[in-house]
Write a protein that binds this ligand. Sequence first.
Ligand code: ADP
Ligand code: MG
Length: 729
Amino acid sequence: MRTVTSLRESIAPPQVQRSEVPSTSTPLNPSETVDKLDTLPVTVLRGVGSRVATRLERLRIRTVQDVLFHLPLRYEDRTRVSPMGSLRPGDQAVVEGVVDLAEVRIGRRRALLVRVSDGTGALTLRFFHFNAAQQTAFERGREIRCFGEIRTGSATLEMIHPEYRLLSPGDTATAEDHLTPVYPATEGVHQLTLRAITEQALQYLDAPAGAPRLVDWLPAELVRAWRLTTLPAALRFVHRPPPGASVELLAQGNHPAQQRLAYEELLAHHLSLSRMRQRLQSLAAPVFAGRQPLVEQFVGSLPFAMTSAQARVIEELRHDLARGHPMARLVQGDVGSGKTVVAACAALIAVQAGYQVALMAPTELLAEQHFRSFRTWLEPLGVAVVWHAGKARGKIRDAALQAIGSGAGQVAVGTHALFQTEVEFARLGLVIIDEQHRFGVHQRLALRDKGRSQARRPHQLVMTATPIPRTLAMTVYADLDTSIIDELPPGRQPVKTVAVSQTRRDEVVQSVRNACAAGQQAYWVCTLIEASETLQCQAAENTAAYLAECLPELRTGLVHGRLKPAEKEARMAAFKAGDIDLLVATTVIEVGVDVPNATLMIIENPERLGLAQLHQLRGRVGRGSQASSCVLLYHAPLTETARARLSVLRETGDGFEIARRDMELRGPGEVLGTRQTGEMQFHIADLLRDEGLLAAVEQVGHDLLQHYPERVTPLIRRWLGEAADYGEV
Ligand code: ADP
Ligand code: MG
């Protein structure tokens, strides 16, 4: 009997019922489980009708608890009134004065101008949107307080659309009595609304016994032992910092109140991923055990011996695959560490047991490389390798789908097209995803979570060349076990890296000539970030033409994203075969391309790329036993960050170190590829700043899962909202 399933369905999680979650041995006091604020709708707050409520949904605010956990992005200090005479353009300031004059100017754009003064100086308030009532309210002599950014105006300094309040006689309260929070807002929900509703929500923190209240899900022993700020105190502080609090310190996020919340947020993320792993562990997967002559044959056929790191990781995989539960393992290995052969071994273990393998890469170019390697390695062993990517059409596509559906295609290599519902596998046993970071965390989760359940899950192997510091991996990849290939094949020499200004382009061209004259090959990478792909390809074409002219004795080739796949494939194959000396390319060659005889890489405008990307690119050379170099051909002058990035590359070839420095320079979201997709965005935590909290997060996470499992879901929901439903489909 054969069950046909699609890849998408087959890696979906089980239908876990609430009741299946093991019950706790140390239940909470029943009254403590009343966490009413997390069900109390936001409409109980004054000023929140159904219209505002709908808008708040866009900020994922539905309950009073959501309001409390909608945390400020930054703060403004409006606790002091500044004399107008002391203002400078660019300042954010509170001023108080009297209205001298209000008039509507019909210039290029109709505007209401209000001149105010305070005895030390004068200021003009400029409104482009205003109504008649507003206009008449600015009576001459009326006292006013405003807050805004100071700009240079035509006659006096100005504030454009300041926040203001007309003071009535006897309204003596000067400025604000706490720092002013600035919240993430959305269209139709302004700061004033957010301030008004957080104000009300904060009052629930002082609610008497019996009233809806907020539960602290962290065990009380822990809060005491670590002298953590209590949850209500932390929330009060971050929403309304007292006047003494420093805006700069708060901006750094190191205040104990902020740290308390950051800790809880990291814990929630960690728990959500850990629980996903737990659930995966409760599922059945095919057992791949017994003798594996295919693997032995394959390893024996390679022209090199595995490094001990590769051998160790293969053992870890073998162990996982024999356990009868779905493997979920991340293999990290620096560029060139030999992840592909490790993946091939895993594939053969599955094939040996009579199962199919899906190998997926983020770009067609990389998928093609893998397809070629796998065919070369596996077909001599009698293993059928098939290709399926988005651009495949007609007969080729039908044949591939047919082979995958019948089981005749034992290893399917391709792009995310393999995840389309019409791709149905006969007996899928292992999914391999290469260069994980390009897919993004969210995609990984979504892929695992969508669809319906089935009796046996395939195993999952994820490979990445973006080394993730262990502590970060714990938060971002806590659903995966990790293996590290921490050794490069012997004989590799570090890639000598130099930064050279464009003014020395001729010398660089000469070095290409020399390398190729010595029988080696070179890459010339053209980059144009943020321009259209067309422009990028155009630039590469121009460069290729220019280089062909300078270096007529060389065979020059060009690859870019606009070529037909077959064309791209043909040119890459020619380069690999040594029929092209100099390959001009866009960053399409960034990942995975493997030509050991290429020993020189020129990267144009490296200042436009991130460190991780440069490291990836550079990893295309230094793959053989010859000394290799990389020339970073920059345009002077460099910005400070660009200079810092380039010097990191000159100093080190260690991917872990580079990733760490990259995260410092650009932030983890960018490096892990999660920024664009908008996930793994924290309300308050910061993976780099709060790295020190992570060890405790892991330990407490473990304790909570063990001893207080009933606290896990509400804690995750509080911070992740709907995302908490990952793994609970
Ligand atoms: P990456 O980890 O960057 O994906 P690859 O798997 O593409 O690296 O391997 C880089 C190169 O090193 C390939 O040419 C591969 O055949 C070769 N290689 C892999 N393992 C070894 C080894 N143990 N000894 C020598 N060369 C190896
Ligand atoms: Mg690779």
